[in-house]
Design a protein around this ligand. Structure first.
Ligand code: TXA
Ligand code: MG
Length: 339
C-alpha cells in the first residue's frame, strides 16, 4: 500500500489533511522548494514520528513552517529588526531564518538547540494547509535522511510509501532546491545555500555573508557533507563533458545545458534553455532518474557559482562526497567566508 496522493487544490483534501495533522498524523505537502513531511510543531509525539519515518538523527533540527510572517512570535523571539526586514522582503519564499526559539516549542523540533529555523513557504497549498491546521508545521524534506529531496508528489509516495497518511499533490516544485538558511542567532551566516541567492540577501542586509563550511557533524546540522546523495556514485567533472573518460557505456551524464557529448548510457540536460532557474528546478528529478538506471556512476557538469548556481554546486558536492569515503567529523566546524 502506498500513501494517498490527493490534489492540493481539492478543498476537501486540504481539510482532511489538516485533520490528520490535528490528531498527530503526518502529511506530505508541496512547497515552492521541495516537498515537506509535516507534523504539528507543538506535538512532540507527531514530530518524533517524522524523525522515525525519515530515519533522521535526532541531532538534526527541523524547520518550522508558518502560514504568515505575523505568526513568527509563536515559535521565535521576533525582536531582531534584520529578521523583520528580511521577512518583509523575502517571505513567503525560499528563505529559512535561524532565530532564538520560544521555550514553548518542544525540544525535539530544535534538537535541543536554543534556536529555531523558521520559514513561510510560497506555495499557496502549503500556507492553506498550515492555516487550516491552525498550528505551525515542523517539516523536513519528505525523503529518507541523506537522499535526494522530492520535487513531485510521486517522488514522496515512492520514497515514503504508507508511512505518511496523505500526500498533497501541488505539482512539480517551482524552485526545486531547498531554502537558503540564514542564521541571525549571532553574526549573520549562511548555513545552507539554497533557493534564495546569497546575492539577494547580501543586498538586503548591506553586507557580505559568510557561508558555513560543510562538515560531517556540525553544530548547525543539515550541513552534513554526505547528503542529498544518490545511491549511484557521483563525480563532478572539471569542465564540460568532453573531459569525461572514454569508457562511458555504464555512466550517466548530468549536463547543465544542451550538449553534444555522446557515448553515455544516459544524458540528462538540466537546462535546455540555459537558465540556471530551470537547472535548479530539474536537478533532483534528473538525479533520481539517473539513479534509477543502475549505472556504475554519474558524471555531473559543474555550473557557475553565482545566484542559484551556488546551491546547485553545493548539492552536487554533497552528493559526490561519498566517492572518497566519509571524512571524520571535525569537532568544531570552521567558518569559511565567501566561497
Ligand atoms: O526548503 C526547505 O527548507 C525544505 C522545505 C520542506 O521547507 N525543508 C528542508 O528541511 O529542506 P530539511 O529538514 O531537509 O533541512 C533543514 C535544515 C537541516 O539541515 C537542519 O539542520 C537545518 O535546516 N536547521 C533547522 N533548524 C536549525 C537550527 N535551529 N539551527 C541550524 N540549522 C537548522
Ligand atoms: Mg532534507
Amino acid at each position: 500500500m502506498s500513501a494517498r496522493i490527493r490534489p492540493a487544490t481539492d478543498l476537501l483534501a486540504l481539510a482532511d489533511a489538516a485533520a490528520v495533522l490535528q490528531r498527530g498524523g503526518l502529511v506530505a505537502f508541496p512547497t515552492e522548494t521541495v516537498y515537506g513531511l509535516g507534523a504539528d510543531a507543538f506535538d512532540a509525539r507527531a514530530v518524533a514520528r517524522v524523525f522515525e519515518v525519515k530515519a533522521r538523527p535526532s541531532f538534526d533540527p527541523l524547520i518550522v513552517h508558518l502560514a504568515e510572517a505575523a505568526s513568527l512570535d509563536w515559535v521565535a523571539v521576533a525582536d531582531d529588526p534584520r529578521a523583520a526586514a528580511l521577512a518583509a522582503r523575502f517571505w513567503p519564499g525560499p528563505l529559512t531564518l535561524v532565530l532564538q526559539r520560544r521555550p514553548e516549542l518542544p525540544d525535539i523540533v530544535t534538537a535541543g538547540l536554543d534556536t529555531v529555523g523558521v520559514r513561510v513557504p510560497a506555495h499557496p497549498a502549503a500556507r492553506a494547509l498550515i492555516a487550516a491546521a491552525g498550528t505551525p508545521l515542523a517539516a523536513p524534506s519528505a525523503n529518507p535522511f541523506g537522499y535526494v529531496s522530492p520535487t513531485t508528489a510521486e517522488h514522496v509516495a515512492d520514497l515514503l510509501g504508507d508511512a505518511v497518511e496523505v500526500v498533497l499533490d501541488g505539482g512539480p516544485c517551482r524552485v526545486g532546491l531547498e531554502s537558503t538558511i540564514l542564521s541571525l542567532a549571532g553574526d549573520p551566516v549562511i548555513l545552507r545555500p539554497g533557493g534564495l541567492p546569497r546575492e539577494a540577501l547580501e543586498e538586503a542586509l548591506g553586507m557580505k555573508l559568510p557561508v558555513a563550511a560543510a562538515a560531517d557533524r556540525p553544530l548547525a546540522p543539515g550541513q552534513l557533507l554526505k547528503h542529498y546523495a544518490t545511491r549511484t556514485p557521483l563525480a563532478i567533472l572539471d569542465a564540460r563533458a568532453d573531459a569525461a573518460p572514454a569508457d562511458r557505456g555504464r555512466l550517466g551524464l548530468l549536463a547543465q545545458g544542451p550538449t553534444r557529448a555522446s557515448g553515455f548510457a544516459a544524458v540528462e540536460v538540466l537546462a535546455p534553455d540555459g537558465a540556471v532557474e530551470t537547472a535548479a528546478a530539474r536537478l533532483f528529478a534528473a538525479l533520481r532518474r539517473l539513479d534509477a538506471m543502475g549505472l556504475d556512476g554519474i558524471l555531473a557538469e559543474p555550473c557557475a557559482e553565482t545566484g542559484l548556481g551556488h546551491a546547485i554546486m553545493d548539492r552536487l558536492r554533497r552528493a559526490s562526497s561519498h566517492l572518497g569515503g566519509a571524512a571524520p567529523p571535525p569537532p568544531d566546524p570552521p567558518l569559511r567566508s565567501g566561497e
